[in-house]
Write a new protein. Structure first.
Length: 430
């Protein structure tokens, strides 16, 4: 083969641990009985997807009760705040003026004239009763003297009793008029006082501390609604990240307590590889360095970059902890898996030769360089195998880096070198 310049890598092979960037354990935040399990082990789910439901009947009732209490406190606060509306005050003043007018009419109405008339009738009745009584006394003497008959005397006596009855009737009517007038005025005066108090209450409005207390009650009721809603929401176990469902040691009907493990959720699309780098490489370690994951044959399966470098070294082994981030496209890697990796410290142009072209004598390494014959008359090119000592670098897959000994453009023998000796004629295979 003719040597050409390729890319030479300065690398170090290490063993690391793969960790999922996002891996969580799902636990309930409240106690409850599992009513539904909507996923199964191994399912890939999206962030926000409902995974498990707990029985929510008790929390539904608590929410309804809290909402009813909130409505009650809000209605009371609205009533207090509406207590000093202008239209309510005007309406109360109108009712007060009407009550005052009724009281004034009752005070200066026709009742006093009726009372005066009743008093006059009583005075007249008393006078007639006294006169009738005097007649009875005078005619009683005349009846004893025989001047008048018993029937005449009885007639005067009857008139006297009628006059006395008229006096009692006049007294009763006067008393009723006086009582009725006083009762009406008292009732109207009480109505005026009530309306006056109502106007003062509306004008002054509810006390500030009463409204403040009502506002506090509304705030407390609103907080209870929020707490009840939060608790109700907690009966729905949602996926906080996208990923794959792990083992699920639960079944529908199980009663779980706050903090019990329900399942695990792992997002292994993006993985982090934990690496331990020797301290002597600290000066070369930097963010962005490429890192390759290797399979069992040493071939690269994925490429990532250094994304974290610890500022400290481990106290027991004097190693530097670093992390490389990989995109797990085919999801072939698992969380906490041990893998081989290669840190690529440097890439530069250079020459690579197949490992099959290298022969060893003691601690020295050689290759056979094919030199053309000067006077070859054959149609097939003829070469002489010249053994040349070379200095090798690291093994890069199945190729060695050449540090010294051959140059680009030269031809080397890549097969059958065990049968060669220095100066042996050779020719390329057809």
């Amino acid at each position: 083969m003719t040597l050409t310049k390729g890319v030479i890598e300065n690398t170090s092979e290490v063993v690391g641990t793969v960790e999922a960037k996002d891996a969580i354990t799902l636990k309930p935040e409240i106690d409850g009985r599992i009513s539904d399990i909507l996923v199964k082990e191994g399912d890939r789910i999206q962030k926000g997807q409902t995974l498990i439901r707990l029985d929510s009947s008790d929390w539904d009732a608590e929410l309804y009760q809290a909402q009813a209490q909130l409505a009650t406190t809000q209605a009371r606060l609205a009533e207090l705040q509406a207590g000093n509306r202008r239209e309510d005050i005007d309406e109360a003043i109108a009712r007060l003026n009407e009550a005052k007018a009724r009281l004034a009419n009752a005070t200066r109405g026709s009742r006093p004239e009726e009372i005066a008339q009743a008093q006059a009738q009583l005075t007249s009745a008393i006078a007639e009763a006294e006169l009738a009584q005097q007649r009875v006394g005078r005619y009683e003497q005349l009846k004893e003297q025989g001047a008048i008959s018993a029937d005449q005397y009885q007639e005067y006596n009857t008139q006297s009793r009628s006059a006395t009855a008229a006096v009692e009737e006049a007294k009763s009517r006067l008393s009723q008029l006086q009582k009725s007038r006083g009762s009406d005025i008292d009732e109207l005066a009480a109505a005026v006082e009530r309306e006056s108090q109502n106007v003062r209450r509306l004008q002054n409005g509810p006390r500030l501390e009463v409204i403040a207390q009502a506002k506090a009650e509304v705030a407390e009721a609103r907080a209870k609604v929020r707490i009840a809603q939060v608790n109700l929401n907690k009966t729905q176990i949602l996926a906080p990240i996208s990923g794959m469902i792990g083992d699920m040691p639960i079944e529908v009907g199980d009663y779980v307590n706050e903090g019990d493990t329900l399942t695990t959720l792992t997002e292994n699309n993006v993985l982090e590889l934990n690496l331990s780098i020797p301290l002597e490489k600290a000066s070369e370690l930097q963010l962005g360095l490429p890192v390759e994951l290797l399979d069992t044959q040493g071939k690269a399966t994925a490429t990532g970059t250094i994304s974290f470098i610890s500022p400290d070294v481990t106290s027991n082994s004097q190693l530097i902890v670093a992390k490389a981030t990989f995109t797990n496209i085919n999801r072939e890697l698992l969380n906490r898996q041990f893998v081989r990796a290669k840190v690529i410290w440097e890439k530069r142009p250079g020459i690579l030769i197949p490992a099959t072209a290298v022969s060893r004598i003691g601690a020295q390494t050689f290759v056979f360089v094919a030199h053309p014959k000067d006077k070859s008359k054959s149609e097939t090119p003829q070469f002489i195998a010249q053994q040349r000592q070379v200095e090798l670098g690291s093994l890069q897959e199945n190729n060695y880096q050449i540090l010294k000994g051959v140059n680009a453009g030269e031809k080397i023998v890549t097969a059958g070198i065990l049968s060669l000796r220095d100066g042996a004629p050779i020719q390329p295979l057809p």
